[in-house]
Design a protein around this ligand. Structure first.
Ligand code: GLU
Length: 502
């Protein structure tokens, strides 16, 4: 048996031949880490004019939800990734769901048995547990490996057991004393002795393949040229390479993407904010900013460039520039990026997204939609600078359409200067009612006038008016906000507030 693997790049004949896959196990929503894996595969396929394949790894039925497959596909589409082959659209290498490929795995496993590269094992769980116990009891080794008992069964005995209906698994015969070597595009040259790998099970007693077997078989049969996946699979790669070798198949190029940690350096989890793409979508993030952010998890164009459009990413992305240092997922940075994209979006586009969200939110919002269509055009320019998510935009927008609610502590605060406040409000009611064209500039002039007449600094004056009209210390720019409310609504709010503090 040859001692080293072939140069991994040899099997690629040209850019057209590039085939990559994203192979999620459908256990739930698409997470940040998997989305990054999908995105890097997709980017690489786009850049090389290769093909991006979606394969669903759903052999472990109990853990898989039909619904999860839909959720994953939805999130991928929302992020703007489409696939060239997959369970929904088919392709020449299907089926693309592992649950529909069981016979294929079995067929290959049996072929390996015939060629002497794998063997049936009839050891029961209990027997294996005993072996393990005995081994660990008197050996110094800290790991146990299967002792090949069943490898030595003669063909007659194997047939007898099979015919007798004794439950079996199939194990790969791992050659002794060879180096399993491969070049990982990120982690570099990796070499593992085959002696560290036991004869692992490739077909379980229920007839289903183990992950390392089905993944390798599919990658071979689907002619995957580049396996790009998370670093957590690095330790599986030697096992998969053993399957390739047993079938005399050429290796793909392996690329393992660095781990993603939370901002505090611990394993990424819910504590660090939402981790599903769907949650970000619900929270009013843009696909654009998520994509931009994903691209920075393990890759960077240079040290300083943060904002990258999809085109920039497509132009600059390079698999060989991926860093093996763990990436940090920083929610604040993503939020900042999202704000950036919202601010720089044409008003028309932002309006469309906001209206879509409002229409979905029938629970919170029941104002007359035609009214909102008119007002929203004026609202967007004044809130655009201050929102970081679409949901933040909605929170502000709702204030325009709902009765204002005054917080008690804020009322108390204004009441510490009750007489001044009442005075200012009275003046405002009077002056504002006299404005014919209730525009930003005229409102400003009126309020400045009050502040001068009362000899009260303008900030103080505005604070009182804002309290009455908006109900808090901060609001979108005041004059524009008042213009949108209109004269009558402003007067109503001023009067109501006066009553409350009087
Ligand atoms: N189904 C595996 C996972 O979701 C993918 C493994 C692979 O890409 O080889 O982690």
């Amino acid at each position: 048996m040859e001692k080293t693997e072939k140069n991994t790049n040899e099997i690629i004949s040209g850019p057209e031949a590039i085939r990559v896959r994203f192979a999620p196990s459908p256990t739930g929503y698409l997470h940040i880490g998997s989305a990054r894996t999908a995105f890097f595969n997709w980017l690489f396929a786009k850049k090389t004019k290769g093909r991006f394949i979606l394969r669903i790894e759903d052999t472990d039925i109990s853990r898989h939800l039909e619904e999860a497959i839909e959720l994953i596909m939805d999130s991928l589409k929302w992020l703007g990734m489409s696939w060239d082959e997959g369970p929904d659209i088919g392709g020449n290498y299907g089926p693309y769901r592992q649950s529909q490929r069981k016979e294929i795995y079995l067929e290959y496993a049996k072929k390996l048995v015939e060629n002497g590269r794998a063997y049936y094992c009839f050891c029961s769980q209990e027997k294996l547990a005993e072996k393990r116990k005995a081994f660990m009891g008197d050996a110094k080794a800290d790991y146990y490996e299967y002792d090949r008992e069943c490898y030595y069964l003669g063909p007659g005995k194997v047939r007898e057991n099979l015919e007798g209906g004794i439950p079996w698994t199939i194990r790969l015969l791992v050659p002794d004393d060879i180096e399993i070597k491969f070049e990982d595009l990120v982690y570099g040259s990796i070499s593992v002795s085959s002696n560290t790998q036991e004869d692992f099970i490739i077909i379980r007693s229920n007839g289903l393949p183990t992950y390392n077997f089905s993944a390798a078989i599919d990658d071979i049969l689907m002619e995957i040229t580049h396996v790009i996946r998370g670093e957590d699979h690095l330790s599986n790669t030697p096992k998969q390479i053993l399957v390739y070798r047993a079938l005399n198949a050429g290796l793909p190029v392996f690329t393992h993407l660095p781990m993603i940690l939370g901002a505090d350096g611990t394993k990424l989890s819910k504590r660090h904010g939402s981790i599903s793409i769907e949650a970000y979508r619900q929270d009013g993030f843009l696909a654009e900013s998520i994509r931009n952010y994903l691209s920075l998890l393990g890759w960077s164009y240079d040290e300083k460039t943060t904002i990258l459009s999809l085109n920039d990413i497509l132009n600059k992305f390079d698999l060989s520039q991926i860093n093996k240092r763990p990436a940090r997922f920083d929610y604040e940075k993503l939020l900042w990026l999202n704000g950036h994209y919202l601010r720089n979006m044409p008003d028309k586009d932002l309006e469309k997204l906001i209206l879509e969200k409002i229409r979905l939110d029938t629970k919170t919002f029941n104002a007359n939609i035609s009214d909102i269509d008119k007002k929203i055009k004026k609202i967007i320019p004044i809130i655009k600078e201050r929102i970081k998510t679409l949901n933040e935009a909605l929170d502000i927008i709702y204030v325009f359409f709902r009765p204002v609610s005054y917080q008690q502590d804020f009322i108390d605060y204004i009441k510490t200067n009750k007489d001044t406040a009442i005075n200012v409000i009275d003046d405002a009611i009077l002056l504002l009612s006299g404005i014919r064209d209730f525009s930003h500039d005229n409102i400003e002039a009126a309020l400045r006038n009050i502040s001068e007449r009362k000899n009260l600094n303008f900030r103080k004056t505005a604070e009182i008016i804002r309290a009455a009209v908006w109900g808090s210390k901060v609001s979108p720019p005041m004059f524009g906000t008042m213009e949108i409310f209109g004269k009558e609504e402003c007067a109503l709010r001023l009067k109501a507030f006066k009553k409350i503090i009087a």
